[in-house]
Design a protein around this ligand. Structure first.
Ligand code: PMP
Length: 361
């Protein structure tokens, strides 16, 4: 087998090797049925069990209360940008959003199609290098919900604490779900595309409080109503079968690793290694404000764009792949999701030290 590289890609991101190997087997012959997992009816008892197991494991892993439904949907995380206001913005038709990056901005644009959106905070003028603390914005009294992106994949910022608000919270957790625990009592809905911390692209997980299912206006297209999918256990139509299966396998892997708290500790350790390397040099400069730093995506710059290019080329040559920053901010980005090995972070930190000595500014 070709040597496995350290894959720092922001998403689709690295998955546990064990999960890939098991998936490869199950694609050909799932559980000795003589049928591959991607050629099996979604209504077969075998596949129904796969879905139920994935759902049960997700509920256990994140301690999701029984009054929340778990949905496996298609359309990417981006479809939630409109499904949320379309389904939930009844009543006052007002909601508050925090503009902390590209994905928040896109969600705001879609929400404006359905209601009166108050953007209570924006860090756009400083290239989204921070997320606000509670005293930096006010939530409009008439808002139905407060929407925020818990981890801003592109800019490398993350809410260390979720907003403290009387309003129900709605959050895009695409790039940090399963990396820490969540107090669901504050939330109405959480969603995440699977392709960073949970599985392959193609399945989006929505966790929604069940009383919200009745808010959907009657003229909502059937496929775009949360209730449609909730009532049919995500089997109203053909669900993203392979994605659901892999999410289940990732959840089994996570359980074996000791669950959310165990990976949260490792995640912190991995991120600290990198942030220390940044903080202990003038050469590497972190993009995010210290208080807003993400444990999942670490963004940094070198003294010049030419040095950044050289750094990315040389890291790639030693199998540290995918370190180029997003085109909107440039520089470098190390995405170190749950499945990213600690040894890969150590290798990067060692290389950073060597590169700095070999290439003075
Ligand atoms: N939200 C966040 C935080 C993301 O990082 C991304 C994708 N990188 C998206 C939403 C969009 O996801 P999708 O491509 O599944 O629509």
């Amino acid at each position: 087998m070709v040597e496995r590289v350290y894959n720092f890609s922001a998403g689709p991101g690295t998955l546990p090797l064990e999960v890939l190997q098991q998936s490869a087997k199950d694609i050909v012959n799932f559980s000795n049925t003589g049928t591959g997992i991607i050629e099996m009816s979604h209504r077969s008892k075998e596949f129904m069990a796969v879905t139920e197991d994935a759902e049960t494991l997700l509920r256990q892993t994140l301690k999701i209360p029984n009054n929340f439904k778990i949905l496996f949907l298609q359309g990417g995380a981006s479809s939630q940008f409109f499904m949320i206001p379309m389904n939930l913005l009844g009543g006052t038709k007002k909601a508050t959003y925090l503009n902390t990056g590209t994905w928040a901005k896109k969600a705001i644009k879609e929400a404006k199609l359905f209601g009166d959106i108050d953007v209570a905070y924006s860090s756009e003028d400083v290239l989204f290098n921070n997320v606000p603390s509670n005293n930096q914005y006010q939530v409009n009294d008439y808002s139905e919900y407060l929407y925020f992106v818990s981890n801003n994949t592109i800019y490398g910022t993350q809410f260390a604490e979720f907003p403290d608000s009387e309003k129900m919270l709605i959050s895009d957790m695409s790039s940090d779900i399963l990396s820490r625990s969540i107090d669901f009592s504050k939330f109405g809905l959480i969603f995440a595309g699977a392709q960073k911390n949970m599985g392959p692209a193609g399945v989006t997980i929505v966790i929604i409080r069940d009383d919200l299912l009745d808010r959907t206006p009657p003229n909502t297209p059937t496929m775009l109503s949360y209730k449609t999918h909730a009532d049919k256990g995500s089997m109203f139509n053909t669900p993203p079968c392979f994605g659901i299966y892999v999410v289940g396998e990732v959840l089994k892997w996570l359980k074996e690793k000791g669950g959310i708290n165990a990976v949260a500790t490792i995640n912190r350790r991995k991120a600290n290694l990198l942030y220390n390397a940044i903080d202990n040099s003038e050469y590497y400069r972190g993009h995010a404000d210290s208080a807003s730093r993400s444990l999942m995506n670490i963004t940094f710059n070198l003294p010049t764009p030419a040095l950044e290019e050289k750094f990315i080329k040389e890291t790639s040559a030693i199998n540290l792949k995918g370190l180029k920053g997003h085109r909107s901010i440039g520089g470098c980005r190390a995405s170190i999701y749950n499945a990213f090995p600690e040894d890969g972070v150590k290798k990067l930190v060692d290389f950073m030290d060597t590169f700095k000595s070999d290439n003075p500014a």
